[in-house]
Design a protein around this ligand. Structure first.
Ligand SMILES: Cc1cc2nc3c(=O)[nH]c(=O)nc-3n(C[C@H](O)[C@H](O)[C@H](O)COP(=O)(O)OP(=O)(O)OC[C@H]3O[C@@H](n4cnc5c(N)ncnc54)[C@H](O)[C@@H]3O)c2cc1C
Length: 629
């Protein structure tokens, strides 16, 4: 098997904490080297290579989930319903296993099985998650919130060739794992690996596991000892686990990391391959996309998540970031000897962190002890409490510590971190300048506003993350009912003076940019020419649609955090339902232009049907209807 070398792409990012991982992990991005441009048709394209995409691929590789009544689920009502749905009697058929695809054929099936959840007396089911996701969660981990050690899966796996569906996983990140593989998640320093600095996962390890090879299996293989059920792993370990997973369960053949989907559109084609998926490959060395290619498929699965992009900093930060960008570009054009280095004076200047959530806390934890921190955040415990408030000091010492510092600053209490951490609750960033000067407007007790100027070395604006669906053609966006986001809801408006119009936001120097982990060069998220703006999505954006059906429109499925349930433990519902639908629809289609080819199989391009040309022709005819920012 050929491994790609991504070591160069993972160089140290210093205080931001994006340090290079072990050479072995860098070498293994979980995929085998196949040229995507040799693939022109396949049954299903999964977009995004996060945990849900990997789980779905496991199913489409012919691993069938079965409910085995010999170990009944602890909820007797659920147990009865599962058997009844399959036409079995709990009394006489208690040994016959039930294939989950057969009892979850339609949204109504799911409603029938889960209708008692809200009123259940024997179990306490999540009312926040989709019933479908709650159902699969409780089948895989019954009573896990009550007793993790006693929780035993009621789902068994059977391998079958008849359920194998040709598919590919296309993901921007250079490794399997989605956001866990990207540079948008803080990892902490390599030497903080086992420290309690807060950069451990929010979930216990087992709740991040995927079928076939669990995080516990990975832990055992790595440390040669069993994992504690209440272990919370470091983010680095989770990233490594997801990167290793495809090879361990044998799905690496369909994985294409470093592949950006730039356009998905529906066409009318009697062969049934009704989607054109345009992609661009990223070069190994960095960020720029090159080499366009189009794949035709019958089903599209959207697994691109809701955390792929940080909300861009509002325009008040533009002078600072523009200057920073200019300096970085200049530095890159000079040789090392003449490049300006941080003077000791600059190194002592604080980092300004804006925001009150987990990402802001991550930024603080990653920098604490290395340089002073100035923290500007909203403090409104009555109406919009920080999510950090719910972090118990024993379970999440890092986050609880940051919350305590924020609270101490509100009540002007002495704190052991005075001098290292300075909190400004409800202050507003009134101005930033290229030389690092920042003006804060602070409301004093008598209600008047006081302005304070400070000089900072760097700024982290952590006001939330969103996903983007720019890659869907406007017609498809409309068909799916994507609700584009309104910026008026953003936290930034509380902490910055301006109320920028969405258009102004998208025009700021940093607004639409992400940074490659290697070069920190700004790069544009691929955007189709028709969808010139950005289609931002959050947990609620597709929620109403997926509540009706995971298949939001014919042959388009939503999985993972895009469903609105962001935790990995809730990913299996959408995956099992989508897999069942895709598998039941996987009848081979004979291509009229070549009757010897089984078109349901991944195949190479035929010149007469060059999808690139089809796509171009269609694009010219299409009118832009999508709501864009
Ligand atoms: C800081 C942080 C900590 C978290 N901690 C936990 C935790 O402890 N436990 C837990 O259960 N969940 C946690 N989550 C929630 C997280 O949503 C899930 O862990 C999980 O990653 C969701 O998986 P997903 O399959 O939806 O895809 P994601 O992991 O969101 O990955 C989607 C991928 O699609 C890619 N993509 C986007 N657009 C395109 C395109 N056009 N072409 C190709 N690829 C594209 C993105 O770059 C991204 O890599 C955390 C989230 C964050 C932000």
């Amino acid at each position: 098997m050929v491994k790609r070398d991504f070591e160069t792409a993972m160089v140290s990012m210093g205080s931001r904490g994006f340090k290079s991982k072990s050479a072995k992990a860098d070498m293994d991005n979980g995929a085998i080297l196949t040229n995507i441009s040799t693939i022109s048709k396949t049954n299903t394209v999964i977009i995004g290579n996060g945990p849900s995409a990997l789980a779905l691929s496991y199913l489409l590789h012919g691993n069938e989930p079965w409910y085995s009544p010999s170990e009944p689920h602890p909820d007797p009502v659920l147990h009865r319903k599962l058997l009844k749905k399959f036409g079995l009697s709990p009394l006489s058929d208690s040994q016959q296993d039930v294939r989950l695809y057969d009892i979850l054929r339609t949204p109504k099936d799911c409603n029938d099985i889960t209708s008692h959840f809200p009123a259940s007396v024997s179990m306490s089911y999540s009312t926040a998650a989709l019933p479908l996701n709650t159902l699969l969660d409780t089948l895989f981990r019954p009573l896990v919130d009550v007793d993790m050690e006693e929780s035993m899966s009621r789902v068994g796996w059977r391998k079958t060739d008849s359920d194998v569906v040709p598919h590919v996983i296309l993901g921007e990140e250079p490794k399997a794992g989605g956001q866990w593989a990207g540079d948008e998640v803080w990892f902490g320093d390599e030497d903080d690996e086992e420290s309690d600095n807060g950069l451990k996962t929010l979930s216990y390890a087992d709740l991040l596991s995927l079928p076939g090879y669990s995080l516990g299996d990975h832990y055992k293989q790595k440390y040669h000892t069993d994992m504690d059920p209440y272990y919370r792993p470091t983010r680095r370990l989770v990233a490594e686990y997801y990167a290793t997973y495809p090879r361990k369960v044998g799905i690496e053949d369909v994985l294409f990391p470093g592949t950006s989907v730039t356009n998905v559109e529906r066409i009318n084609d009697k062969s049934g391959f009704n989607f054109l998926v345009s992609i661009k490959l990223k070069s190994n060395s960095g960020s720029t996309s090159h080499e366009a290619h189009v794949i035709r498929c019958r089903n599209v699965v959207l697994g691109t998540g809701i955390f792929s992009h940080r909300i861009p900093p509002p325009p008040v930060f533009t002078p600072f970031f523009k200057r920073k960008l200019d300096l970085e570009l200049k530095e890159r054009t000079w040789d090392n000897s003449s490049a300006p280095t941080n003077t000791s004076k600059t190194a002592q200047l604080p980092l300004l962190v804006v925001g009150s959530g987990y990402t802001a806390a991550d930024a603080i934890l990653c920098n604490q002890g290395k340089r002073p921190i100035v923290h500007v955040y909203r403090w409104d415990p009555e109406n919009r409490p920080s999510p950090l408030r719910g972090c118990h000091p024993q379970a999440y010492p890092g986050y609880a510590g940051v919350y305590r510092q924020m609270k101490d600053a509100v009540f002007k209490k002495q704190s052991p971190t005075d001098g290292i951490y300075q909190g400004f609750p409800n202050a507003v960033v009134a101005e930033t300048r290229g030389d690092g000067m920042v003006t804060l407007s602070i409301k004093s007790e008598d209600g008047t506003n006081k302005e304070t100027a400070i000089r900072v070395a760097d700024i982290e604006v952590c006001i939330g993350r969103r996903g983007r669906l720019d890659y869907l053609a406007p017609d498809l966006c409309e068909e799916i009912g994507v609700q584009n986001l309104d910026y008026s809801n953003m936290e930034s408006l509380n902490n910055t003076r301006e109320s920028p119009s969405p258009l102004a936001l998208s025009r700021t120097a940093t607004s639409s940019r992400r940074y490659s982990s290697r070069s920190r060069k700004p790069m544009l998220h691929p955007t189709t020419s028709d969808t010139a703006g950005k289609v931002w999505v959050r947990c609620s954006s597709l929620r109403e649609r997926v509540e009706q059906n995971i298949e939001v429109t014919a042959n388009v499925f939503i999985i993972g955090s895009l469903t609105g349930d962001s935790l990995v433990r809730f990913a299996m519902g959408g995956c099992v339902y989508s897999a069942g639908r895709i598998i039941s629809d996987n009848t081979p289609i004979i291509d009229s232009s070549d009757s010897s080819t089984m078109m349901s199989e991944t195949s190479s391009m035929s010149e007469s049907e060059d999808p690139q040309k089809l796509s171009e022709g269609k694009a010219r005819r299409r009118k832009s209807k999508c709501v864009v920012v």
